[in-house]
Design a protein around this ligand. Structure first.
Ligand SMILES: Cc1cc2nc3c(=O)[nH]c(=O)nc-3n(C[C@H](O)[C@H](O)[C@H](O)COP(=O)(O)O)c2cc1C
Ligand code: SF4
Ligand code: SF4
Length: 271
C-alpha cells in the first residue's frame, strides 16, 4: 500500500446523516486512489498519524459545533508536518437541517483545527433532513429523500473540490432572526445541553425494549424499572427520540409538541 495517500474520516452522528456524508466522501477519495478509514467520534480517536487528510463531519447544533465535537477538536494532538510531498489538510463538513444556518460551527471548527496545526482547506455546510423533532419541523419520507439526494451530491462535490486542491471556508451564516437572536439561541443551547436530558420522558407506549439505551452514542441512557433513564452526558443528538419504535419518547412536550412530529433516521443508518 506504500505510496497510496491515506485519509482519516471522523464523524459524530445522532441519526446517521453525518455518517452517511462521511461515507459518501470516503468513496470519492477511494475512487481517486486514496485509502480511507472511517470511525466515530470519540471512539475513533485522532486522525491516523500517517493520514494526509483528516475529514470531519458533524451535525450543526443550535448554530454551533456539538459539545462532543468541540471537545474532540480541542483535544487533538498537534498535526505533524507533511506526509511525503503532500501537506496535511482537513476537509470539514457540517450537516444541518436548514439551507444556510450553520452559524459559528464551521468558522470555529476551522479555527480549532488551525490551532492544532491542521490546514482546514475546505469547510462547507451540507443540508440534510432535520432531526430535531422536539423543536423543529422534521420532513416526511418523500421530502427527506429529495433532501438526502441533494445532500449526497453536495458532499461528493465538496470531496472532489478538496481533492482537486480547491480551497473554501464557508463564512459565518446566521438565520433570519439576525446576530442578537442567533447569539441567544447558541448561548441558550450551550446551557440547555447540560440540562435538557432531564426533560426526556418515555410515555405509556414504551415497551421496555431497551433499544434507546443500547444505541445511545454516549451511553447516557440506563434502563431502570423497564423505562429509560437519561443522564448528563447526553449530547441532545436525538437518536433515542427518533429511533424509538413506539414513538414513546418526548421532550418538553408542552412547548415543542415533538411527539406529534415525524421521526427521522437516515435510511442506511444501523446504529
Ligand atoms: C439539538 C439540535 C440542534 C440543531 N440545530 C440546528 C441548527 O442550528 N441549524 C441547522 O441547520 N440544523 C440544526 N439541527 C439539525 C441537524 O443539524 C441536522 O438534522 C443534522 O444533519 C443531523 O445530523 P446527524 O443525523 O448526523 O445527527 C439541529 C439538530 C439538533 C438535534
Ligand atoms: S426505545 Fe422506546 S420503547 Fe424501547 S425502551 Fe426506549 S423508550 Fe421504551
Ligand atoms: S440520550 Fe438520546 S439524545 Fe442524548 S445522546 Fe443519547 S441518544 Fe442522543
Amino acid at each position: 500500500m506504500s505510496g497510496v495517500p491515506k485519509a482519516s474520516f471522523r464523524y459524530f452522528t445522532g441519526t446517521g446523516n453525518s455518517k452517511r456524508i462521511a461515507e459518501v466522501c470516503a468513496s470519492v477519495f477511494e475512487a481517486g486512489g486514496w485509502s480511507a478509514e472511517i470511525a466515530a467520534i470519540p471512539e475513533g480517536g485522532p486522525p491516523a498519524e500517517d493520514s494526509s487528510a483528516a475529514c470531519l463531519v458533524f451535525p450543526v447544533y443550535s448554530l454551533d459545533l456539538p459539545r462532543i465535537v468541540r471537545r474532540y477538536l480541542e483535544a487533538l494532538p498537534p498535526a505533524t508536518g507533511a506526509i511525503g510531498s503532500r501537506p496535511r489538510q482537513a476537509l470539514l463538513l457540517a450537516t444541518g437541517g436548514n439551507e444556510d444556518d450553520c452559524g459559528w460551527s464551521l468558522v470555529e471548527g476551522v479555527g480549532l483545527l488551525a490551532a492544532r496545526g491542521w490546514d482546514a482547506a475546505y469547510a462547507d455546510l451540507v443540508r440534510m433532513p432535520n432531526n430535531w423533532g422536539p423543536f423543529m419541523r422534521v420532513p416526511g419520507a418523500s421530502e427527506a429523500a429529495a433532501i438526502l439526494a441533494a445532500g449526497e451530491a453536495k458532499a461528493k462535490e465538496s470531496a472532489e473540490a478538496f481533492l482537486a486542491g480547491r480551497r473554501y471556508a464557508k463564512p459565518l451564516s446566521l438565520p433570519v432572526f439576525g446576530p442578537l437572536g442567533s447569539r441567544l439561541m447558541r448561548a441558550g443551547f450551550k446551557l440547555g445541553v447540560k440540562r435538557l436530558w432531564r426533560k426526556f420522558r418515555a410515555d405509556g407506549k414504551c415497551t421496555s425494549c431497551g433499544l434507546c439505551a443500547r444505541s445511545c452514542p454516549t451511553s447516557s441512557i440506563a434502563m431502570a424499572g423497564g423505562r429509560p433513564r437519561w443522564s448528563a452526558t447526553c449530547e441532545q443528538c436525538m437518536r433515542c427520540f427518533n429511533l424509538c419504535p413506539s414513538r414513546a419518547i418526548a421532550q418538553l412536550e408542552a412547548i415543542g409538541k415533538g411527539s406529534r412530529r415525524e421521526r427521522y433516521v437516515e435510511p442506511h443508518f444501523k446504529p
